[in-house]
Design a protein around this ligand. Structure first.
Ligand SMILES: Cc1cc2nc3c(=O)[nH]c(=O)nc-3n(C[C@H](O)[C@H](O)[C@H](O)COP(=O)(O)OP(=O)(O)OC[C@H]3O[C@@H](n4cnc5c(N)ncnc54)[C@H](O)[C@@H]3O)c2cc1C
Length: 448
């Protein structure tokens, strides 16, 4: 292998890391410490030709191939034992054309890279809420964040891209060129090729009214119901997410994160949430968009994670009560339940423009177990599964591919699209990756 790796090194402008290299240990890890894999080689590509060479090398040597953007997928699909990782972390350029309101982003850029480049011109696209998440990885699954109600899903903003397919073709995708593939990229994940760059539409925005509202005690349930009502009837200028957790004594706590982009300094819609009993901290104020983007920033790769959830059509009182029960079901803090509202923007877009099937859902509700002690692995995963089972009766379109673990059955992956869209995605897979080389993802197998 050492000799053949020299061949790979010789054909790349980027570099190749193997066991023993100083940066190998950091580069092999992903966000989720539950995943601990040792690839044979990590090819850190710098351009499309490097990606062509790495894909050819991996297939010629019969290595399993993983693609790494920001390394955030909780399933750990970006890491593979004894295989080849195509690592895009050296492809992070973001170029902004402010006159036309367009950003062109390389396949390994993170939201920190993207927001820094676009905010320099007072522009945004609706993206993820944690800076170290990969832009392309998130976009390929849809993309929900602080500006979803205002501007829609992240994938709705992609209008062109370049991919390297496993057979080594460099394919340009736009509304005129390969439009079926553009449709598939909007939700279909990394199944069809390695995206080397993508073009996003931007909107002018510099400041928002946002921050954290934190609740404890009896007020938690009431605040969660207000959050639900606000998400259902609230203004289009308000995106909002809630995170149910516990304190160390396993008493429920609630974090609500609004992001309002209208003109009011003290938006009417938020007032009920700011006076409800149990509010213990309120940092909502007018602030720069980049400050809003730091609200959820966690440490990277510090805990073990297992996530499972459902898109739901409503958030009835019964489900809220069940979630309050689930959050205190363990004798230690289990992690959290994230509730993302999908009101507003996602509904404006023609559902035929994207492969994903959850646009009409009201909320994405996800049990996110996180823990540090390996002795808690089984118990924590069981907690996430049981909490997801409590959500399931209200499920309308499967789970969110971006939050799925690797053990989800194919039925859950296909339910995220619906049968017709899944069949179209399988046809695309047959066309661009007939041997399922790119299978370390929420996999869409080729037709037949
Ligand atoms: C802390 C944290 C915060 C998150 N916040 C949000 C959020 O706010 N909103 C949201 O919608 N999701 C969020 N996610 C989920 C996230 O969008 C997905 O996990 C996504 O897959 C991460 O992409 P990545 O590039 O960082 O991950 P990676 O693990 O590197 O990549 C995941 C998969 O995406 C594919 N992929 C990535 N880049 C490319 C590329 N250039 N070409 C082809 N395929 C590619 C590959 O199949 C790869 O296996 C979050 C996840 C974490 C851990």
């Amino acid at each position: 292998m050492a000799q053949s790796l020299d061949g790979l090194r010789g054909s790349l402008r980027g570099d190749v890391l193997v066991e023993g290299d100083r940066e190998y240990e950091r580069a092999r890890l992903c966000f989720n410490l539950l995943i601990d894999r040792r690839p044979e080689a990590i090819a850190r590509c710098v351009d499309a030709n490097d990606v062509v060479a790495a894909l050819a090398f991996g297939q010629a040597r019969g290595l399993e191939i993983a693609v790494r953007g920001g390394g955030h997928n909780p399933a750990g699909h970006c890491a593979v034992d004894d295989g080849l990782v195509i690592d895009l972390s050296r492809m992070r350029d973001v170029r902004v054309d402010p006159e036309n309101g367009i950003a062109t982003c390389q396949g390994g850029a993170t939201w920190l890279d993207f927001d820094a480049a676009t905010q320099a011109h007072g522009l945004v696209t609706p993206g993820g809420v944690v800076g170290s998440t990969g832009v392309t990885g998130l976009t390929l699954g849809g993309g929900i964040g602080h500006l979803t109600a205002q501007y829609g899903l992240t994938c709705d903003k992609v209008f062109a891209a370049e991919l390297v397919t496993p057979v080594g073709e460099i394919v340009r995708v736009s509304e005129d060129q390969n439009p079926e593939l553009l449709w598939g990229l909007r939700g279909g994940g990394g199944n069809f090729g390695v995206v080397t760059h993508a073009d996003f539409r931007l909107h002018p925005l510099e400041r928002v009214v946002g921050g954290r509202l934190e609740y404890e005690g009896e007020g938690v349930g009431q605040a969660l119901r207000l959050f639900r009502d606000l998400s259902t009837d609230g203004p289009r200028e308000l995106s909002i997410q809630a995170q149910l957790t516990t304190d160390e004594s396993v008493a429920p706590k609630l974090l609500i994160v609004p992001c309002y982009t209208g003109g009011d300094e003290d938006p009417d819609a938020l007032r009920p949430l700011r006076v409800v009993p149990g509010l213990v901290s309120d940092s909502v104020r007018r602030q720069g968009f980049l400050e809003q983007q730091r609200i959820f920033d966690p440490g990277y790769g510090v805990d073990r994670n297992y996530w499972k959830g459902h898109f739901v059509g409503e958030l009835p009182d019964e489900l809220i009560d069940d979630l309050l029960g689930c959050i205190t079901a363990l004798s230690r803090p289990p992690g959290g339940v994230l509730i993302e509202s999908l009101h507003g923007g996602p509904k404006d877009v023609d559902s035929a423009s994207a492969a994903l099937g959850y646009r009409d859902a009201a909320f994405n509700v996800s049990a996110m177990a996180s823990w540090t002690d390996p002795a808690h692995d089984e118990e924590s995963m069981a907690w996430a599964r049981e909490t997801a089972a409590a959500i399931e009766p209200w499920s309308v379109s499967g789970g969110y591919a971006n939050y799925m673990q690797a053990d989800e059955p194919i039925d859950r992956v296909s339910a995220a699209f619906g049968p017709d869209a899944f069949a179209r995605l399988q046809a695309l897979k047959s066309r661009y990756d007939p041997n399922n080389v790119l299978r370390r993802n929420q996999n869409i197998p080729p037709a037949g």
